[in-house]
Design a protein around this ligand. Structure first.
Ligand code: PMP
Length: 400
């Protein structure tokens, strides 16, 4: 007899709950700084002009159809995706030590990687504290033990570098470390090149496995190669690793679920076997990856002129976010808002981790209709010329 005794009501996901609350708020002055989705200077979603062009090309291609791709997805797309992160002349790719498979966006790529590791290289998974809210859920769903490592120093509002190194040094040998390739979510703080080198050296010594999550390539600095530096450095150092890539943000393809899981292994034989297991995991979960977004990205990446245009579109987004950081900082400075605010401009990527407390976040939500996550994370793209001053005033009010 089915009784559903264990069927309890699952609380709403915090970030989507916040978004829904904001949508339901009828106050015209509300400011949505919740979800990490780019908005243009008028506060509207932005379809990248290069994506518009690629859509036209796709629509007018008589050979285009809706056939299945095969278990590993659109291969032209996954190959381009791997090259984007590993570099056009990747030595590992030349050596055939790299395999790639299409995934249901970044989330699906992290999950696929987690399932793969759980089956073939299990270990405790270390995620940054704080991190993207879905990380602990995904790894737990793959039945891996999840532990946090230190990342944020609330006092100085910088990376908790010393304790991070301690955590690397004391984690069980062979553990898995989830690393944010660039534009760490939510803090917007990435290790410097020297820090990455030290992290890599400890990880190598202690045989810690790097699983890079790359959801913001091009968003951190506006430069795709610069944002891929850490991943490429680890590959050059001879690590075996996984990289989960999302094209949600850098192509604005959020709901098209466009992503890729790339694995770099020590030799060709392991790579071939890993590919077969990636395919087996895809077969019993999604069977075939979604077509549209992958086709759009592929059209852009295989055409030099469109790729150039994409890079300009990326700069448009990255620059507008940088400008908003500067404006917000200027307003706070002008009002002599108590506290240190330099992290607003030193953080990179889509988010600013303000350091506001749970109580302060709640207070400005009820008084000013400003929606940011409980931990004080602000999606910078939600700010524009017409609301940045208002937001700065809300922050000023709440910290006084
Ligand atoms: N990883 C991180 C760190 C992210 O911030 C995101 C997007 N919020 C993702 C992965 C994946 O997002 P998506 O599944 O929409 O590509």
């Amino acid at each position: 007899v089915v009784t559903w005794t264990d069927l309890t009501q699952q609380p709403e996901d915090p970030i989507f709950k916040l978004l829904n609350e904001c949508i339901a708020d009828s106050d015209p002055s509300k400011i949505n700084l919740s979800i990490g989705a780019y908005r243009d200077e008028t506060g509207k979603p932005w379809v990248l002009p290069v994506v518009q062009k690629a859509k036209q090309i796709l629509l007018s291609d008589p050979a285009s159809n809706h056939e299945y791709f095969g278990l590993d997805g659109n291969r032209s797309f996954t190959e381009a995706s791997a090259r984007l992160i590993l570099g056009q002349d990747s030595a590992a790719m030349k050596d055939k030590r790299v395999t790639h498979i299409q995934a249901v966006s970044g989330t699906g790529a992290v999950r696929l990687g987690a399932d793969f590791l759980a089956k073939f290289r299990p270990g405790t998974v270390y995620i940054t504290n704080p991190t993207w809210g879905n990380h602990p859920k995904i790894f737990a769903a793959s039945h891996l033990k999840v532990v946090e490592y230190n990342y944020w120093d609330g006092k100085t509002r910088t990376i908790a570098y010393d304790t991070l190194l301690d955590n690397l040094n004391t984690a069980p040998v062979g553990s898995i470390f989830v690393l944010h390739a660039c534009a760490h979510n939510p803090t917007g703080l990435d290790p410097t090149h020297d820090q990455w080198k030290q992290i890599a050296s400890i990880m190598k010594e202690r045989q810690l496995f790097p699983f890079f999550d790359c959801a913001y390539q091009g968003f951190a600095s506006g430069d795709l190669d610069r944002d891929a530096w850490a991943v490429r450095y680890f590959v050059e150092q001879g690590f075996e690793l996984l990289v989960a890539q999302s094209f949600s943000k850098n192509f604005g393809l959020y709901s098209e679920r466009t992503g890729c899981l790339t694995g770099v292994f020590a030799d060709k034989e392991t790579t071939v076997k890993a590919h077969s297991q990636f395919c087996a995991l895809v077969r019993c979960s999604i069977s075939n990856a979604p077509g549209f977004g992958a086709k759009i990205v592929d059209i852009v990446l295989k055409d030099a002129a469109l790729t150039k245009e994409w890079k300009e579109n990326l700069k448009t987004m990255a620059n507008r976010i940088t400008l908003m950081r500067e404006k917000l900082f200027e307003h706070l400075k002008k009002m002599e808002t108590p506290g240190i605010w330099t992290h607003i401009t030193s953080q990179i990527g889509m988010f600013s981790y303000t350091g506001l407390t749970l109580a302060q976040v709640a207070a400005i939500k009820s008084k000013f209709h400003v929606y940011m996550t409980d931990e004080g994370r602000v999606s910078m793209a939600g700010l524009n010329e017409s609301n940045v001053k208002q937001f700065a005033e809300a922050v000023d009010w709440v910290v006084r």
